[in-house]
Design a protein around this ligand. Structure first.
Ligand code: SAM
Length: 294
């Protein structure tokens, strides 16, 4: 049954505010950066097949902080190579933030940025209508597959764009994280499957296994301090709760039973550890790397 609760994604301004607070309260970007600097370089070294020009697509890039780190590692592995970077991002605010970041960072002359203010499915349509034959060497979709109607179809489309030796990188919350537990318990109440999927890397692996697609995977340890969620009426706690549940104004609009159940589960040992008066939620991420269709 569709949830009567409104999805947070419908309110971009509140979504971006809560995402920013989530970044401040978690080690989300830190653990991604560790992966990008320690594991990704070997993956990036294997792409391109010796070409002097590489095509990259970032889907759901947000403000671009993580994208620029990836591009910098790519440059170190392929010095002297030029890069065409397609950015696919529906939020005007985030796209603006990304452009500002690029304008402030020196040394990006080897990259040509193309700004696509659109969703992943809008980009797919645009690609098909324009009959594009360009292939991509590296595509990433980091923490965005929750927001497409059909994550499997989205993966299929972007995988079909990969060139020889190309790689598709997906990062989502791990099936073993607190998010996985929360969503397995409350999927029907919290997830409006038209716009937000509550999908984890566990789900994506099952999908890929069923299609016989091979992949590499990694687990990234990450935490999120959700202590403020337990102070009734705390503004930041409410923003974090919206982000956790993907529901707009969760505290004010959820039924008392749902709210009580979610609050109890969030601090349950399946989701969090409590220490020194803090509630630390398991925000572990999963990384999946897929090759070109064989
Ligand atoms: C959780 S943020 C992740 C941003 C960035 N990748 C990061 O990890 O910092 C999700 C991003 O996906 C974008 N997004 C939402 N729906 C989308 C869709 N249907 N297609 C592509 N991107 C989408 C949002 O605007 C947002 O910038």
């Amino acid at each position: 049954m569709a949830s009567p609760l409104k999805s947070l994604v419908n309110d971009d301004s509140r979504y971006q505010k809560s995402f920013q607070l989530f970044l401040e309260r978690s080690s989300e970007h830190q653990c991604m950066q560790d992966f990008i600097h320690n594991k990704l370089p070997d993956i990036l070294a294997s792409i391109g097949n010796g070409k002097s020009h590489l095509n990259v697509i970032g889907v759901g890039s947000g403000a671009g902080e993580i994208d620029l780190e990836i591009l910098s590692e790519l440059h170190m592995k392929h010095p002297g190579v030029t890069v065409d970077n397609e950015v696919v991002e529906p939020s005007s605010q985030q796209l603006h933030n990304y452009r500002v970041l690029v304008s402030q960072k020196p040394g990006l002359d080897y990259i040509k940025f193309t700004w696509n203010k659109m969703t992943a499915s809008g980009f797919e349509e645009h690609w098909k209508v324009k009959n594009m034959t360009k292939k991509a060497d590296f595509i990433h979709m980091i923490q965005m597959l929750y927001y497409v109607k059909d994550p499997g179809a989205t993966i299929n489309f972007f995988q079909s764009l990969l060139d020889k030796n190309g790689k598709l990188l997906i990062i989502l919350v791990s099936g073993e994280s607190g998010w996985g537990k929360l969503w397995r318990t409350y999927r029907n109440q919290l997830c409006n499957t038209e716009i937000s999927q509550c999908v984890t890397t566990g789900d994506i692996k099952s999908f890929l296994d069923s299609r016989g697609v091979s992949y590499q995977s990694y687990e990234l340890l990450s935490q999120m301090d959700i202590t403020e969620c337990f102070t009734e009426g705390d503004e930041k706690g409410e923003l974090l709760l919206d982000f956790l549940t993907e529901v707009l104004d969760f505290s004010k609009t959820a039924s008392p039973e749902l709210k009580a159940g979610v609050m109890e589960l969030l601090r349950h040992p399946d989701c969090s550890v409590e220490s020194n008066g803090k509630v630390i939620f398991n925000n572990n991420l999963g990384v999946i790397v897929i090759d070109q269709v064989s």
